[in-house]
Design a protein around this ligand. Structure first.
Ligand SMILES: NC(=O)c1ccc[n+]([C@@H]2O[C@H](COP(=O)([O-])OP(=O)(O)OC[C@H]3O[C@@H](n4cnc5c(N)ncnc54)[C@H](OP(=O)(O)O)[C@@H]3O)[C@@H](O)[C@H]2O)c1
Length: 247
């Protein structure tokens, strides 16, 4: 039976990915999160859709290196990992981060350091058996620092550099690493922004892109794909123009 490990398994995007994987075939899922109760709700939903699947839930401290290593050891200890998805994240209020360094530190840690440490630990396990696909959810926000969200975007930029380094390290081996960069998507993380309008993708359509990208072992994928072009343009706007933009 396939073994899929999901870090931040209560995320709406991750849950949608798990639904697709569970409906494809009976799978052993290891769901990692902060709350046993919320993880169990995800496991119950998946079990109803895929009665043949099996579930292990694991809670851990997402910011402590030892706790991350212990969680990954426990996940990999049971059976070889086919796919691991790192999905946790938190969108802070940029203005709060500017006046409260604890909030700024939390954003950099939760969105940048923590996913990088999970990735390091998971790739270590995959390298041991020369097998496995790791997917990490970054963000279009990591493509260029913007005044409206750089405490979040800088952390996602760290995730991208880390993923690139890992991709370089495992190239030519049986391990693959995929970085997903979603644009704005309808999930609990962006509920307050959706109220203000704007164009948001659905979590299930982003999940389909993630699942496909993992299957074909893509290095990087934007979700939806139109964000590749949008961010290409944004990355190439000259500084003197960019500085005048309200984005
Ligand atoms: N939605 C978007 O527009 C968008 C765009 C680009 C990238 N992303 C990225 O996509 C990924 C999935 O997010 P989502 O949109 O599916 O949001 P979501 O449904 O709100 O899920 C957020 C996830 O992050 C976890 N989390 C939040 N704060 C945490 C903390 N301090 N420590 C550990 N875990 C924490 C949550 O766990 P609990 O259940 O324990 O709270 C939940 O599993 C994230 O990496 C996010 O940055 C989202």
């Amino acid at each position: 039976m396939k073994h899929i490990v999901i870090v931040g398994a209560t995320s709406a995007m991750a849950h949608e990915c798990a639904r697709i994987w569970a409906e494809e075939e009976a799978t052993h899922f290891t769901l990692i999160g902060r709350s046993a109760e919320r993880l169990q709700r995800v496991a119950d939903d998946l079990k109803a859709r895929s009665p043949g699947s099996e579930f292990a839930t694991l809670t851990t401290d997402f910011l402590k290196p030892e706790a991350i290593q212990t969680a990954v050891d426990a996940a990999a200890g049971t059976r070889r990992i086919d796919i691991a998805l790192i999905a946790h994240g938190w969108l802070p209020d940029q203005r709060v981060c500017q006046s409260d360094l604890n909030a700024c530190s939390d954003s950099l840690a939760v969105n940048g350091l923590s996913p990088a440490l999970f990735a390091e630990a998971l790739v270590g396990k995959m390298e041991e058996v020369n097998y496995g696909s790791l997917a990490i959810i970054g963000s279009v926000a990591g493509d260029r620092g913007r005044k409206s969200n750089y405490s979040y975007g800088a952390a996602k930029g760290l995730v991208e550099r880390y993923a690139q380094g890992l991709q370089h390290r495992v190239s030519g081996t049986g391990v693959s690493i995929t970085l997903i960069k979603p644009g704005p998507t309808k999930t609990p993380m962006t509920r307050h922004l959706q109220v203000r309008g704007g164009s948001f993708a659905r979590a299930d359509s982003v999940a389909r892109i993630i699942v496909h990208a993992v299957k074909v072992k893509k290095n990087i994928t934007y979700a939806p794909p139109k964000w590749w072009l949008i961010m290409f343009v944004i990355r190439h706007i000259p500084h003197f123009v960019f500085k005048r933009m309200q984005i």
